[in-house]
Design a protein around this ligand. Structure first.
Ligand code: PRT
Ligand code: ZN
Length: 283
């Protein structure tokens, strides 16, 4: 049985549970319990505080876990980063009062920095040869400059509205973070195999999200050009239409190139373009 630790409540909880569900893993009793066993996959889910997850994985209480990369790096345990999950995106940044003149990192020299990420901040300062005093606090970092506890903060930012309402400005990105799947280095063979199955499913879910299925009608004289802008999984499926000289083309398009591809297809006389989300994609 593979044991996975996920956040009990907070910003990563919902997406973590959603991912497991999309992987076909059914959990019936939510996070009110400490742990639950899935009905249809050999996995046991532990609901924990995110800060504790790296230690539990390191101690083999859980084999794997879902945690922010920021927490993984801060806790600095010898565990593996197995997969970047693409949700819970944020950045750990240095921010200073709006009124402070800031030109470069050198302006931080000699100042006090309040943070919950003392380890990462320390490493960043060292790497950049900056001498500053770190005050480790456990929460509400954004109020530290206002109450005179520190001059600068190093905290997580996503929309930037917390900084804005506290009269702070973001000046340096220390780390870009997202939720990651982490794992113990000494997993049993049996658990390694379950993990491989889980990873295959996670991959199928993630790949599907990054791709769209596309259907269109095209005049036959443009088929070669259209095939060239539709890389698809291999090559597009082309089926003749009842109307003479026309075909139906089906393919898969990556989310990143999506609009560019659509524009090209329109130029190449494609008509009746349908775009359909893909639920799972096994490549
Ligand atoms: O109870 P537990 O200890 O498990 O949870 P927690 O309160 O420590 O963590 P939680 O749920 O707040 O965050 C879990 C993880 O979500 C973090 O470790 C990050 O990896 C990720 N994440 C993504 C964020 C944010 N975005 C985020 N914006 N974590 C925190 N914030 C906070 C930030 O600290 C600041 O207070 O949101 C505020 C800034 O947000 P904006 O949108 O105003 O910029
Ligand atoms: Zn926490």
């Amino acid at each position: 049985m593979l044991k996975i630790a996920i956040q009990k409540s907070g910003r990563l909880y919902e997406e973590s549970v959603k991912l497991l569900k999309e992987c076909g893993i059914q959990l019936n009793n939510g996070n009110k319990q400490l742990k639950t066993v899935a009905e249809n996959f050999p996995i046991e889910i532990f609901f924990l505080r995110d800060d504790d997850i790296p230690q539990y994985v390191y101690d083999s209480v859980a084999d794997i876990g879902i945690v922010g990369e920021n927490v993984l790096l801060e806790k600095n345990k010898e565990i593996d980063l197995i997969y970047k999950l693409g949700f819970g995106k944020c950045r750990l940044s240095l921010a200073v009062p709006k009124s402070m003149k800031y030109e470069s990192l050198k302006d931080i020299n000699g100042l006090k920095i309040a943070t919950t990420y003392a380890h990462i901040t320390q490493a960043f300062l060292k790497e950049n040869d900056i001498q500053a005093e770190i005050h480790e606090i456990s929460g509400s970092v954004e109020i530290a400059p206002g109450i005179g506890l520190a001059d600068v903060i190093c905290d997580l930012v996503s929309s930037g509205s917390t900084l804005f309402t506290n009269n702070l400005k973001e000046v340096e990105v220390v780390l870009k973070s997202e939720a990651v799947l982490v794992g113990n280095k000494k997993m049993s063979e049996e658990n390694k195999q379950i993990l491989q199955k889980l990873l295959m499913r996670i991959n199928a879910v993630k790949t599907a999200k990054n791709n769209k299925y596309i259907l269109l009608n095209a005049p036959n004289h443009q088929l070669e050009n259209i095939a060239a802008v539709l890389p698809g999984s291999k090559s597009p499926t082309i089926v003749p239409l009842a109307e003479e000289g026309w075909s139906s083309v089906q393919s898969v398009v990556n989310e990143n190139d999506f609009w560019e591809v659509i524009e090209k297809l329109k130029e190449l006389e494609a008509e009746g373009i349908l775009v359909i989300p893909i639920e799972k994609m096994i490549v």
